[in-house]
Design a protein around this ligand. Structure first.
Ligand code: ZN
Length: 105
């Protein structure tokens, strides 16, 4: 698989995840929170399953639970056509802001 550079939009999406480091987002909630389309985020979530996110300086995990949909109960959990991702923080850059802001709706 050939490594592609990430687009500015994708970098933005990764930065968003990084600000909520440790929180799982399914692609739908991620798109909701960023007010953007699901499709490019889904593509990005697939890339995050490879080492391309690492190349961009981000370490990420995919296929975890979505905390928003989990909280809504089993019927809402595991929404079809979504993948869950989270940032493990930007690699080799210490974080200092400590702000874990809740995403409203
Ligand atoms: Zn979700």
């Amino acid at each position: 698989m050939e490594a592609m550079p990430l687009s500015p939009e994708e970098m933005w999406a990764l930065q968003f995840l990084d600000r909520h480091s440790g929180d799982w987002y399914c692609t739908r909630c991620w798109a909701d929170a960023m007010r953007t389309a699901v499709r490019p985020l889904y593509r990005l979530s697939v890339l995050m399953g490879t080492d391309q996110a690492l190349l961009a300086g981000y370490e990420a995990k995919a296929d975890g639970p979505c905390k928003v949909h989990e909280a809504k109960g089993p019927r809402a959990g595991g929404v079809r056509g979504t993948r869950c991702v989270r940032s493990l923080g930007k690699v080799a850059v210490p974080r200092n802001d400590g702000a874990a802001k809740e995403v409203g709706r």
